[in-house]
Design a protein around this ligand. Structure first.
Ligand SMILES: NC(=O)c1ccc[n+]([C@@H]2O[C@H](COP(=O)([O-])OP(=O)(O)OC[C@H]3O[C@@H](n4cnc5c(N)ncnc54)[C@H](O)[C@@H]3O)[C@@H](O)[C@H]2O)c1
Ligand SMILES: O=CCC[C@H](NC(=O)CCC(=O)O)C(=O)O
Length: 493
C-alpha cells in the first residue's frame, strides 16, 4: 500500500512483495531535529535476512530475462511514484537526518533524476553492441551479477542507496537493501514507491536493522555481491569479509579526509562562499566535504581566512527553513566531534572558531575552524561534521604534498585565479574528484563518483555504477560451422 503521510509508516520489512514484522531487536532511531518521524520497528534476524535473500534469488531468473525495455518501464514508474511523493520524501529526510527542508528537497529531486541518468549510463557503459565490419562478427553483451546486497549510509538516506539500486535493477539484478539504522523511514517510503511502480515480488527486498543485520546480509553465502556506501572502517571490515571470494562483486564508496587548497583568489567573498559550501553544507556530513583547508601564506589569504571566520560566525545554523545547516545525526556523533576538537587542541591546534554545542538536548553544533599548522602528528581521520582544519604552507608544491598526505583519496580542490596553478595541481593530486574553483561538494551524477586509497576500491558509482551492476560477455559469432581457409599445423582432416 502506498502511503500519503508519515503516520502510515509501519516499521516493517519488505520481503517477497509483502510487508512483515521484524523478529530481533527493537529499533527506535534518534531523530536529531525538533520533530520526530514516529517510525519504530524491530530489526531483521539472520533468519529473516535469509528469507529476503531467498526471495531475491527466486525472482532473479524471470527479472534478468525480461527485455531491458520492460525493466525500464517499471523503473520509470518508480520515478513517477517518487515524483508524486517528493514532498513526503523531503519531509522524512529532513526529520531523519536533520538536514534543512530546502536541502532535503534537493535530495528528493536527485532521486528522481537518477532514473534518467542511469538509463543513459546503462546504454553508454554496458548494454549490447554488435560489430559486423570485420571478418568475424563480434558481439558484446552484459549480464546482471545476480542477487546484490545494498548497504546505505545515513547522510543521504534516499539518494545514495538509490544510486546503487536503480542501475542494479535496470541491469537485471535482484536486491536486498539494508538502510542505515538511523534512517529507516526514508527506506520504507522508497520501497513503497517500488511497490507502487509494479516491480514483481522478490525483485527488491528490504530488511531494517543495524550492523548485525548488515553483517548477516553481507556474509550470506547466496549473494553475488555487495554495493556499500558508508565509512571507511565498515568498508574495510566488509573487504576482509569478502576476502577469498573473487566470484563476488564488491563496490565500496567510503569517506575522505579531503583537502581544499587556496592559492589566491582576488574575490574574497566568492572564495569564502566556496569554502563554506565545501566544509559546512549538511553540517559537514558529506563524504566530499573539505576537511583540510590548505592555504598559501600571504597577506591576502590572511584576509580571506579572517573573512571565512567572520562569515562562519554569521552563518545561520539551526532547525529552520532559513538555516544553512542543521544538527548532526545523533548525540554520540556530536560528542565524538567535540572530543576530536579537544584532541586537536591538546596536540597543538589553535581554534579560530570553536565548534560548540548550540542546543542542550539536540546534536546541533556551530561551525569550528582550527589552525592545525603546528600539530606535529596530524591524525589522518575523517571528522564527519562541521570542523574544518587549516594548514598554512609557503608554496603550491608544499600545498600539493600536504594535500596528498592522506590514506584517503575521495575529493580535492583548488581555489585559484591563475590557470597555471591548476595546471600544476591537477595532474599531481591523488583523488577521484578534483575540482577547480568549485566547491568540493555537489558532485555531478552524470560523471563517475568514487575515490582512491581508503575511500574506495576502484569501483566508482554514479554514472559508472552501471559497470559494477553488470559483467561483460564477449562473443565471436558465425551462423554455421565452417573449416577455416588453412588448418592449424599438425591437424589433418
Ligand atoms: N563515498 C561515498 O559515496 C559516500 C557517500 C556517503 C557517505 N559516505 C561515508 O559514510 C559515512 C557515514 O555513513 P554511516 O555512518 O552511515 O556509515 P557506516 O559505515 O557506519 O554505516 C553504513 C552502513 O553499514 C552498516 N554497517 C555498519 N557496520 C556494519 C558491519 N560491520 N557489517 C555490515 N554492515 C554494517 C550500517 O548499518 C549502515 O547501513 C562517512 O564516512 C561518509 O564519508 C561515503
Ligand atoms: O556524502 C557523499 C555524497 C556527496 C555528494 N555526491 C553525490 O551526490 C554523487 C553523485 C551521485 O551519486 O549522483 C556530493 O558531492 O555532494
Amino acid at each position: 500500500m502506498m502511503i500519503e503521510q508519515l503516520s502510515q509508516l509501519t516499521g516493517e520489512h519488505f520481503i517477497n512483495g509483502k510487508w512483515q514484522a521484524g523478529d530481533d531487536q527493537i529499533l527506535h532511531p534518534e531523530n536529531p531535529g525538533l520533530q520526530q518521524t514516529g517510525w519504530s520497528g524491530v530489526s531483521a534476524s539472520k533468519n529473516l535476512v535469509g528469507q529476503a535473500v531467498a526471495a531475491a534469488r527466486a525472482a532473479f531468473d524471470a527479472w534478468a530475462m525480461l527485455p531491458f525495455e520492460q525493466r525500464e518501464v517499471v523503473v520509470r514508474n518508480y520515478a513517477q511514484a517518487l515524483k508524486s511523493h517528493s514532498d513526503l520524501f523531503a519531509q522524512v529526510i529532513h526529520l531523519e537526518t536533520g538536514k534543512p527542508l530546502w536541502e532535503s528537497k534537493t535530495e528528493a529531486a536527485a532521486m528522481v533524476g537518477k532514473v534518467e541518468l542511469s538509463i543513459i549510463a546503462y546504454h553508454a557503459r554496458t548494454g549490447h553492441r554488435r560489430d559486423e565490419t570485420g571478418p568475424v562478427v563480434t558481439q558484446l553483451s552484459h549480464k546482471p551479477q545476480g542477487v546484490l546486497a545494498v548497504l546505505g549510509p545515513y547522510n543521504f538516506p534516499g539518494h545514495l542507496p538509490n544510486g546503487h539500486i536503480v542501475p542494479a535493477l535496470l541491469a537485471g539484478n535482484c536486491i536486498v537493501f539494508k538502510p542505515s539504522e538511523a534512517t529507516p523511514a526514508t527506506a520504507e517510503l522508497m520501497l513503497r514507491c517500488w511497490q507502487q511502480a509494479g516491480l514483481p515480488s522478490g525483485v527488491i527486498n528490504m530488511v531494517q536493522g543495524a550492523g548485525d543485520t548488515g553483517k548477516a546480509l553481507a556474509g550470506h553465502s547466496d549473494i553475488n555481491g555487495l554495493l556499500f556506501t558508508g565509512s571507511s572502517r565498515t568498508g574495510a571490515a566488509l573487504h576482509q569479509l569478502f576476502g577469498g571470494q573473487p566470484e563476488k562483486i564488491l563496490a565500496l564508496e567510503m569517506g575522505g579526509n579531503n583537502p581544499l587548497v587556496v592559492e589566491q583568489v582576488a574575490d574574497i567573498d566568492a572564495c569564502v562562499y566556496n569554502i563554506l559550501q565545501s566544509a559546512f553544507v549538511s553540517a559537514g556530513q558529506r563524504c566530499t566535504c573539505a576537511r583540510r583547508l590548505i592555504m598559501l601564506r600571504c597577506e591576502h589569504n590572511q584576509k580571506t581566512l579572517q573573512a571565512l571566520v567572520e562569515a562562519s560566525k554569521q552563518m545561520a545554523v539551526g532547525f529552520g527553513e532559513e538555516d544553512f545547516y542543521g544538527p548532526v545525526i545523533h548525540e554520540a556523533a556530536a560528542e565524538q566531534l567535540l572530543t576530536a576538537q579537544m584532541n586537536l587542541i591538546d596536540a597543538g591546534g589553535h581554534p579560530l572558531l570553536t565548534m560548540a554545542k548550540l542546543h542542550e538536548h539536540k546534536p546541533l553544533l556551530g561551525p569550528g575552524i582550527m589552525d592545525v599548522t603546528n600539530v606535529a602528528e596530524l591524525p589522518d581521520e575523517e571528522y564527519f561534521g562541521p570542523l574544518l582544519q587549516v594548514l598554512w604552507v609557503d608554496t603550491l608544491e608544499q600545498a600539493v604534498i600536504a594535500a596528498n598526505k592522506t590514506r584517503f583519496g575521495l575529493s580535492a580542490g583548488l581555489l585559484a585565479d591563475d590557470v597555471a596553478a591548476w595546471d600544476y595541481f591537477s595532474p599531481r593530486i591523488n583523488a577521484g574528484i578534483v575540482n577547480w574553483n568549485r566547491p568540493l561538494t555537489g558532485a555531478s551524477g552524470a560523471a563517475p563518483f568514487g575515490g582512491m586509497g581508503a575511500s574506495g576500491n576502484h569501483r566508482p558509482s554514479a554514472y559508472y555504477a552501471a559497470d559494477y551492476c553488470a559483467h561483460p560477455v564477449a562473443s565471436l559469432l558465425a551462423d554455421k560451422v565452417e573449416l577455416p581457409p588453412a588448418l592449424s599445423p599438425g591437424i589433418k582432416l
